[in-house]
Design a protein. Sequence first.
Length: 456
Amino acid sequence: MPVNLEAEAWRHLERAVIEMDGRPIGVKAAQDPDTPALNYDQCFVRDFALCAPALLLRGRAEVVRNFLIETLRLQSSKRRLDCFQPGKGLMPASFRPIERDGETVIDADYGEESIARVTPVDSVFWWLLTLRAYRRLTEDDELHRNDDFQQGIRRILELTLQARFEMFPTLLVPDGSFMIDRRMGVYGHPLEVQSLFFAGLRAADELLVGDGEWREAARKRLPHLAYHVRRYYWLDRERLDAVANGGVDQYGPDVVNVLNIYPDSVPDWASGWLSDNSGYLAGNAGPGRIDYRFFAQGNLLAAMSALATQEQSQRLLTFYDERWDALIGDAPLRLCYPGYEGDAWRIVTGGDQKNRPWSYHNGGSWPCLLWSFAPVALRFGRSDLAERAVKAAETRLAADEWPEYYEGERERKVSESARRLQSWSMGAFLYAKACLADPELVDLFCWPDTVEERAC
Ligand code: GLC
């Protein structure tokens, strides 16, 4: 008898629900019985966001509601002048209930315990996206309107919008501050953080009641961020030619090569990689720097939030279509392309064995990315691609016990250090299937209208 994959994924996902004093408040990242839990028995904010639609659609909205309340309670709310406490507005990467002095309390990690002590910049944005999806699906208008939530949203804006050293509309962050939470050369202005920032600002604007200083600031930032990312991150043949033949070291307000990108920075693989009709947003762009690597989640989130223009999103899908084997293959989807090898790998990752060439964050393939790929393909008229990716997932994911990621450049296999029964692999699969059955569900995390850009 054929296995009902959705029923199986849901059965496992429901078992991952974490309770505190009988109240469900989140989901464990993974339930692999054969690997030490490390921190995979915790509820990660970013992982939960990808599981939220499955919970909302299958009658477990109370888990999402409680998660939103608990995470808000964990948001740091005091202005701190020392560096050993989370800054005001920050939300944790992950949390779990523990027993302390005969009481159940929540133990949260703001990066002070995580491997390499990385900062979870993205948590606040995932929380906002989860809150928006919860509201859209349940039509519960009370939760986000209550004072604690309104205050929490304003704190996020204050944390992310206040003036800092540089005068860019983008967020400047340390290495490993989001889903890629290890050293990977993704410090500075990584695309995924900018896409989440943009989507987070749009969500905050929707969820805030009444006007105010911070809402005004969010509305002002959106058009500038759109201008900056659409212009300076976008890569297609024309842009690569412009970089290869452009002038450098230009000074003053009206220069063409604003970021001073040198022609030599274009890697050999980039030139033959794009067709006349394809394009994507670079992994990072900052002073003197474009990271030409392709990062899936940042690109897909840019399409979902309409940070990318309609044309850019369509060209992104053409790119996927033309480079299917490299970017998707039989184990969707590649997190980053290409993986760094040799000296580049040693220098960029510091010789990180988990991020060895074509594994984990460095070119591995992650089923959780179906969460964004399926809605983007459906939203931009390529249901054929959504179906194809889900079909590939159906062939492998359950047989491989819902792994966290695959490794390998061409042949993909489950990595030895990949967890099985990984919650967001199951949650993403369930949401992708739900979108195929009812394409209106893409609106849970997508924005249909664009943001007009304004020069910085
Ligand atoms: C790894 C991933 C991170 C994820 C966590 C839990 O640390 O890099 O993105 O949130 O596992 O699944």
